[in-house]
Design a protein around this ligand. Structure first.
Ligand code: ADP
Ligand code: ASP
Ligand code: MG
Length: 441
């Protein structure tokens, strides 16, 4: 029996109940091959040896998930969603088993669990299921026996059907936070291929700066605007359960970025005006042309899309032409749901009463996020001035109290992000941000 197991099993040692509990998540680029797995195993073992209880969740190795999706679409034009989940969950199972073995050879006992075995309960939506509960009994038992518990990220169980589900791309982040919340962990560490959350994607803006801390609200908006370093739902979850997240690199030992609430010990923290610039090329635009400009048209249109369970992002309605009484509505949505949206609208074509449907997948979105926008004037003027100077045409605009987002052509996104980053004086003077690995896919 290991030292830690002995302490846990022996109640006369009162501190055995109070070991700090750390949940660590390692993304795909951190476990891309055998050498990377051994490096991660060493880090996990060191964390355990330092006197922590450790639960680890892991993504599929490297680009495995993308490769599996490609394989699926090469055998079927429209792979069945249930079978797709069975396929994709295999990626994380491979990584979790190998990591448990590698940690074992560091002399630290470890046990791997699939999402269902770890008690991750989800809704039934294959490919985009939400975690509704975590029943971590088996993990707690493993911890009590002095073992490191390794959990396959990105997957869970729909209890009624007993089918395995996946949580959507980047879902291991959400697994990590959900486990941290359920286990009452002291911290949730998200290990990735950059040193933390930066003022922009370091792959596009090498002058991006690492943030020491960012609030849940700002991180929520950055993540929802495409900064894929964290999945939006994971930030939502962390905010709800007040789980502190530490985003850091598995390749360097550096302190990363803390994602936390905006009050620390009762004091409201001072916010910089701008937290960062995010971009997103994963959306598509639908334009519904020739809609009757009468009450209820928009409701009917969006009810059809809602029935297909599709989240809409931006919406713009044109001024109607007085001579025809017809108007157009454009909206954006995840490109992966475009076909479903078109079928949904077409299935109620008569009820909605439009003339034509157009789609556009060559769009990109640029968003500026910062809590200081609430109290600073001139932010919009500077933002749109930067777009003009970069020669970027704006097709749609939306704002919240802490965000401005615009839609442009996809091939203009990189220039626009860099222009905005420079205009808001976010460029670092201390050298380039490091990207340690990953293909950026
Ligand atoms: P993992 O496989 O570890 O989950 P991801 O590829 O999902 O990694 O997320 C890390 C990547 O997020 C980085 O390599 C970077 O290109 C991208 N990224 C986008 N925006 C940001 C940002 N603001 N700060 C840091 N990384 C960002
Ligand atoms: N492997 C999944 C993906 O590539 C989940 C994750 O990495 O978080 O999206
Ligand atoms: Mg990720």
């Amino acid at each position: 029996m290991s030292d830690r197991a002995l302490r846990r099993a022996t109640p006369i040692f009162p501190w055995s109940l109070t070991l700090p509990l750390v949940v660590q998540k390692y993304g795909g680029s951190s476990v891309a091959d055998a050498a990377a797995l051994r490096r991660v195993a060493h880090r996990v073992a060191e964390t355990a040896r330092a006197g922590n209880d450790v639960v680890v969740t892991v993504s599929a190795m490297g680009d495995t998930t993308d490769d599996l999706i490609e394989l699926a679409t090469s055998v079927s034009a429209a792979p069945d969603a249930r079978e797709m989940d069975i396929l994709l969950t295999a990626g994380e199972r491979i990584a979790m088993a190998l990591l448990a073995m590698a940690i074992g050879s560091e002399g630290v006992p470890a046990q791997a669990f699939t999402g269902p075995q770890a008690g991750v309960i989800t809704t039934e939506h294959h490919g985009r299921a939400r975690i509704i509960d975590v029943a971590p009994g088996r993990l707690q038992k493993a911890i009590a026996q002095g073992k490191v518990a390794i959990v396959a990220g990105f997957q869970g169980l729909h209890p009624e059907s007993q089918d395995v589900t996946t949580l959507g791309r980047g879902g291991s982040d959400t697994t990590a936070v959900a486990l941290a919340a359920a286990l009452g962990a002291d911290v949730c560490e998200i290990y990735t291929d950059v040193d933390g959350v930066f003022t922009a994607d370091p792959r596009i803006v090498p002058a991006a700066r690492k943030l020491a801390r960012i609030t849940y609200d700002e991180m929520m908006d950055l993540a929802a605007s495409g900064a894929k370093v964290l999945m939006p739902r994971c930030v939502e979850y962390a905010r709800r359960y007040n789980v502190p997240i530490h985003v850091r690199s598995s390749f360097s030992g550096l302190e990363g970025t803390w994602v936390v609430g905006d009050t620390v010990e009762g004091e409201t923290m001072e916010e910089p005006i701008i937290a960062g610039v995010a971009h997103d090329r994963s959306e598509a635009k639908v334009t519904v042309i020739g809609l009757p400009d009468v009450p209820g048209t928009a409701a009917r249109l969006f009810e059809s899309v809602a029935r297909a369970d599709i989240n809409i992002d931006m919406i713009v309605q044109n001024v109607s032409a007085t001579e025809t009484g017809l108007t157009d509505i454009s909206f954006t949505l995840p490109a992966t749901r475009l076909d479903d949206a078109i079928s949904a609208i077409q299935s109620d074509a008569d009820g909605i009463g439009y003339q034509e449907l157009r789609t556009d997948v060559s769009i990109g979105k640029i968003s500026l996020v910062g809590a200081g926008m609430r109290s600073n004037s001139g932010v919009s003027a500077l933002f749109f001035g930067a777009m003009r100077d970069a020669g970027v045409n704006i097709e749609m605009i939306s704002t919240s109290d802490i965000r401005i987002s615009v839609i442009t052509r996809a091939d203009k996104v990189d220039d626009a992000v860099r222009a905005v980053h420079t205009a808001f004086e976010l460029d670092s003077l201390e050298g380039e941000a490091v990207v340690y690995g990953g293909s950026g896919r």
